[in-house]
Design a protein around this ligand. Structure first.
Ligand code: IP8
Length: 266
């Protein structure tokens, strides 16, 4: 049973799905990540995954992020959540097959936001799950919102919130590139990686960070970084590395050197 400070792993939707298609899971990568997580053998791990080509297209179709405006969106809210449980099911299948004692926690059932920002989340259940030696697995989801009726909660906001509330040791973000670049490395061969960034440097380059190659209602890399800033401000170390490259996530979880970007407050 663990009482150690948690390590929070965000698995980006871009890494485990093909965001240019719809409902296109990369099951080989999901399986390899499950193996890397098992091999890291951490009993203080919290996993959060993104929506990728599952949650984002559905959320976009029904305008969920902008809040409740019309009863016809209700089925879209339900559908978006359901589609997220399908992607979560694939992640859970892989984790349990690799004997990670993972437990799925649906944010739609335990988080309330106010104008898109988390207002209510009883973290005691998560603490209990971890104390018993289980690995909670959360994900970007649709949630009820006190002002907007409902909205989309990104996995990244959840990661930052949990990191602050539970005083995390660090955050590891697995994406489909080797960290942050000064241009899109997929389209620009001259794009240069950032090895290390302070909070101040990160804020300066925020405008250069890319949108998404596919549908992304939570703002692509730029939006995700903006969500993480509150945790970095509180002194949480962030490593952004490639989840599509073998062993990067395993090494980052174990605090070893990886190809990627290390972000620190100062
Ligand atoms: O991919 C978004 O989570 P994210 C989840 O972490 C939905 O931004 C439902 C689109």
């Amino acid at each position: 049973m663990s009482e150690a400070k948690p390590i929070i792993l965000k698995i980006g939707g871009s890494a485990i799905t093909d965001k240019t298609a719809e409902l296109a899971a990369k099951t080989e990568i999901i399986n390899r990540l499950a193996d890397e997580i098992k091999r890291a053998d951490l009993d203080n791990l919290i996993i959060v995954h993104g929506g990728g080509s599952f949650g984002h297209p559905a959320a976009q179709r029904y305008g969920i992020k902008d809040g409740y405006k019309d009863p016809s969106q209700k089925i879209g809210f339900a559908e978006t959540h359901h589609i997220m449980t399908m992607l979560n099911g694939l992640v859970m299948d892989a984790l349990i097959l690799h004997e990670v004692p993972a437990l799925s926690v649906a944010p739609s059932g335990c988080v309330v936001t106010e104008n898109g920002k988390i207002k209510l989340f009883d973290e005691n259940m998560l603490k209990r799950i971890m104390k018993m030696g289980f690995t909670p697995v959360l994900y970007g989801d649709v949630v009820f919102d006190e002002k907007m009726g409902f909205t989309v909660l990104s996995g990244d906001q959840l990661v930052a919130y949990l990191a602050i509330k539970l005083k995390a040791e660090k955050i590891v973000i697995g994406v489909d590139t080797d960290g942050l670049y000064d241009a899109d490395p997929k389209t620009n061969p001259d794009a240069k990686p950032y090895k290390r960034l302070t909070l101040e440097e990160l804020k300066k380059i925020q405008g250069k960070l890319g949108k998404s190659a596919g549908t992304d209602v939570t703002g692509g890399m730029a939006g995700k970084i903006a969500e993480l800033i509150p945790a970095i401000e509180q002194g949480v170390h962030v490593t952004i590395t490639g989840a599509t490259k073998s062993l990067s996530i395993n090494r980052a979880l174990l605090g070893k050197d990886v190809l990627g970007t290390e972000i620190e407050k100062a």
